[in-house]
Design a protein around this ligand. Structure first.
Ligand SMILES: Nc1ncnc2c1ncn2[C@@H]1O[C@H](COP(=O)(O)OP(=O)(O)OP(=O)(O)O)[C@@H](O)[C@H]1O
Ligand SMILES: O=P(O)(O)OC[C@H]1O[C@](O)(CO)[C@@H](O)[C@@H]1O
Ligand SMILES: [Mg+2]
Length: 529
């Protein structure tokens, strides 16, 4: 499948290479870019850009032959990146970011002028958000826009350094803030932001201590940052700057941004932090401040929409797997051993699902997205009886937000307003013990709750790479004049998304997804209701 558009200096084309997946199609590669000399005007782009199928905001009539175009126009608007030039009339200047050293204005050592260097991303470059063409709405995990499950391209903006920038680096004051709970990789991102800012020539870089609180709490001073200072911070977990929840009053934060004369704000955090970052971006616009607010999605919960994963998630899964392994060893070595592990994840079961999958040692995985009963013919307890009878031991992994309907609500919230869950782990431990006592079957229950151990550690290799790229791209995004965006990975490509599109709801495990089905295949568990 290919679409091409002739333009003044060459072909701007979208090339698709499809691989088969039992009736459906998966894109092995896809890109949309401007070859050298090709000047694609927005109005001449071959295919209009389109949005996530499930979240379209326009009413679509699929009998209308132009529905696709309407859908795509809507997508194009929604995924267009907010820029400071939407509000101010600014002229760009050539970038100061270059990887070539000792370059003279006339060119590099080979005489190649700077503007011919290919290291930059074109503003019209795009990456595809979705790469599977479902042939039917009944295909496993299908996300369709229309009843025929038509193929609609969903392009998003490619991240990276631009040839032209909208800030004078030596006049820039850049600030970094880390909010919410801890997460592996925070220090890696801080470090890369500082490195990249310095590469552009920024000298005034500060850290805001303890999350949004650092903007208004008296006595908390901003911390000057430099490559020298942050060189080794990635070797430890936690946040070099400190984190906090709650207390985000947008107007006070923006007062503080204004008073401190901050031009670029890099905000590292989860969905709450992103909502805060977007509110700051809006307020800065309202006040006509030339400030770029760029977020980097951090959370072990992996609960931010549209992106492949948030940084820290991979490491949390790896750590969680260790807890499962210990539970397995304990259960395996006990007579009628039952290993029970509770894992974090505010309202999503991603950590529990992925740790169950990666360990391969879990017999029952319980997540908040899939309701279950403990008692009765189809309950979890009856299945545990069966497992003890047939294999002699078993391992259960439960997400902290799972089975809340079985418990009395705590009614409590944290400083950010997030619900504090009742303890499903302790509840299950007691229920299992009582059940086996009641039926007169011995059971040796070993309960492990690793709590903060899954997040208070340094990033693993794959998270460290993700953090490196996301941190660097955040700086490129700010210099390119974007604001109200997040630097993330979608379908293995590094992109920018408008924050508004990722905060509409927390991302949750889809019980109809192939991944959850794979988890069920691995555990062999039945439906528990
Ligand atoms: N809707 C919102 N508008 C403005 N600020 C918000 C909003 N939601 C949360 N915040 C602020 O963002 C910060 C972080 O939020 P929160 O504690 O929910 O963590 P998070 O970013 O979701 O990360 P984590 O995944 O660790 O929970 C807090 O200071 C909170 O006050
Ligand atoms: O750090 P706190 O406030 O105890 O919050 C714990 C929560 O933070 C997370 O670690 C990240 O959102 C959740 O998995 C967990 O529910
Ligand atoms: Mg959150």
């Amino acid at each position: 499948m290919a679409a091409a558009l002739k333009s003044s200096g060459g072909f701007c084309s979208t090339q698709h290479q499809w691989l088969h997946s039992a009736g459906d199609r998966i894109l092995s590669s896809s890109s949309h870019s401007n070859p050298k000399g090709c000047s694609c005007k927005k109005t001449k782009r071959p295919a209009p850009l389109c949005v996530k199928a499930t979240s379209t905001k326009v009413e679509l009539d699929f009998n209308d032959p132009s529905w696709k175009q309407k859908f795509q126009e809507d997508w194009d608007k929604r995924f267009n990146l907010p820029r400071i030039t939407d509000v101010y009339d600014l002229k760009p200047r050539p970038t100061t970011f270059s990887l070539k050293k000792n370059r003279s204005p006339a060119g590099d050592e080979n005489g190649t002028p700077m503007d011919k260097w290919n290291g930059y991303v074109n503003n019209d470059d795009r990456a595809l958000l979705k790469v599977i063409k479902y042939s039917s709405p009944n295909s496993a995990g299908a996300e369709c826009i229309d009843p025929d499950c038509s193929w609609v391209e969903q392009w998003v903006h490619r991240a990276g350094p631009r040839k032209e920038i909208y800030y004078e680096p030596d006049e820039v004051k850049a600030a970094i803030v880390t909010c919410g709970g801890l997460c592996p990789g925070l220090n890696d991102v801080i470090r890369q932001i500082v490195f990249t800012l310095e590469t552009y020539g920024v000298k005034n870089i500060v850290g805001i201590p303890f999350g949004y609180r650092g903007f208004f709490e008296k006595g908390l001073k901003e911390m000057p940052l430099s490559r020298h200072l942050v060189e080794n911070i990635n070797l430890a977990g936690g946040s070099f700057l400190g984190v906090s929840r709650g207390g985000a009053k947008t107007s006070e934060i923006v007062d503080s941004i204004q008073a401190r004369r901050i031009d670029m704000l890099f905000v590292l955090g989860g969905n709450g932090t992103h909502a805060g970052a977007n509110a700051i971006h809006d307020e800065c616009r309202k006040r006509m401040l030339k400030v770029s607010v760029v977020a980097v999605p951090k959370t072990i919960d992996n609960d931010i929409l549209l992106m492949d994963k948030t940084f820290g998630f991979d490491t949390a899964v790896e750590e969680a797997q260790r807890a499962i392994n210990s539970a397995y060893i304990e259960a395996r070595s006990a007579y009628h051993g039952i290993g029970l592990v509770k894992l974090m994840g505010r309202s999503s079961g991603f950590i529990a699902m992925h740790a169950s999958l990666s360990s391969g040692q879990v017999d029952v995985c319980l997540i908040p997205e899939v309701p279950f009963t403990l008692d009765g013919e189809y309950g979890v307890l009856r299945h545990l009886e069966h497992l003890l009878k047939t294999k002699g031991f078993c391992v259960v992994c439960v997400a902290e937000a799972a089975g809340q309907d079985l418990l009395q609500k705590s009614g409590a919230t944290d400083a950010s307003g997030n619900v504090i869950f009742s303890d499903i782990g302790v509840h299950m431990q007691q229920k299992i013990k009582m059940h086996f006592k009641d039926i007169g079957v011995p059971a040796d229950v070993k309960y492990i709750d690793p709590t903060y151990m899954v997040r208070a550690c340094r990033a693993n290799a794959s998270d460290a790479i993700l953090c490196t790229v996301l941190g660097q791209n955040a700086v490129h995004g700010a210099f390119a004049g974007f604001s109200g965006i997040t630097s993330c990975i979608c379908n293995t490509h590094y992109v920018y998304l408008p924050i508004t599109e990722v905060i509409t709801a927390p991302k949750r495990v889809n019980p109809n997804s192939r991944m959850w089905h794979r988890c069920l295949t691995s555990t062999g568990q039945p439906d528990f209701h």
